[in-house]
Design a protein around this ligand. Structure first.
Ligand code: PGA
Length: 269
């Protein structure tokens, strides 16, 4: 079975609840989602309740994601949010390991692994972000960094929960206003490495029933994606979608980037 096409945005520390809810409402009203596609938006915590109200009863047409979660079910962790709290809001997905969380909040791989296991253990989808820094790339260890993040992050995920996992490859040097956009030639070998790393960990192809396999895990690309380059990344065989920041922060920009990415994938299939 072909892997689904995924496309979504992370609002980072932007937007009020009213703004996020309006974005979701407008987006849902303007898009027809093909059966092979999943769209998602990841607003800040304070917008989640307002957005899930607009999204209505699950299953949500457009997945609503959170930007982080704690691994413990409850307890003395001031400022943190648990998986159960997200599920109580009907959140569909949690982003873990975004480059900004790793860089500014020093989230190590082992901690991310605890978060991944807590989320999938409660049936919450995970988008695990991986990516090397410019410095790691300059020393020629970009691939090693990404594989380490992947292997520790997904350690001990049970095969029957693999269907809840998606990976976002986001080279740190390509993200945000100060980033240098990557080329498809930069992305292709790392995407292939992630694909083979997943297959090494979890097997190449689906073996039986609902046991997932490494080869089925969707891989998204992110970092300075916009409508002009979206299709060049999705044309790569191991890229199954896009994870976009700035270019998708307006409904028009979201739609234009999604359509360019979807077209790039469709023409390459
Ligand atoms: P960008 O952000 O598209 O604005 O570069 C991507 C990200 O941080 O995930």
């Amino acid at each position: 079975m072909a892997r689904p096409f995924l496309f979504g945005t992370n609002f980072k520390m932007n937007q009020t609840p009213t703004e996020s809810a309006e974005f979701y409402r407008q987006l849902a009203a303007s898009v027809q989602i093909p059966s092979d596609t999943h769209l998602f938006v990841i607003p800040p915590y304070t917008s989640l309740a307002a957005v899930t109200v607009v999204a209505g009863q699950p299953p949500h047409q457009i997945w609503v994601g959170a930007q982080n979660v704690h691994w413990a079910p409850e307890g003395a962790y001031t400022g943190e949010i648990s998986v159960g709290m997200l599920l109580a809001l009907d959140v569909d997905l949690v982003l873990l390991g975004h480059a900004e969380r790793r860089r500014y909040f020093h989230e190590p791989d082992v901690e991310l692994n605890r978060k991944v296991l807590a989320a999938v253990g409660a049936n919450l989808r995970v988008l695990l972000a991986v990516g090397e820094t410019a410095e790691e790339r300059s020393f020629g260890v970009g691939g090693e960094t990404v594989l380490r993040q992947l292997k520790i992050g997904l350690h001990d995920v049970p095969p029957e929960q693999l269907g809840l996992i998606q990976i976002a490859y986001e080279p740190v040097w390509s993200i945000g206003a100060g980033g240098t956009p990557a080329s498809p030639e930069d992305v292709e070998p790392i995407a292939r490495l992630i694909r083979s790393g997943c297959a090494d960990m979890f097997g190449e192809t689906r073996t039986s029933g609902d046991r997932g396999s490494g080869g089925d895990i969707p891989i998204l690309y992110g970092g300075s994606v916009d409508p002009s380059n979206a299709g060049t990344f999705t044309a790569l065989p191991d890229i199954d979608g896009l994870f976009v920041g700035r270019a998708a922060w307006t409904v028009e920009g979201f739609l234009a980037t999604y359509r360019a990415g979807y077209e790039g994938k469709s023409t390459s299939r």
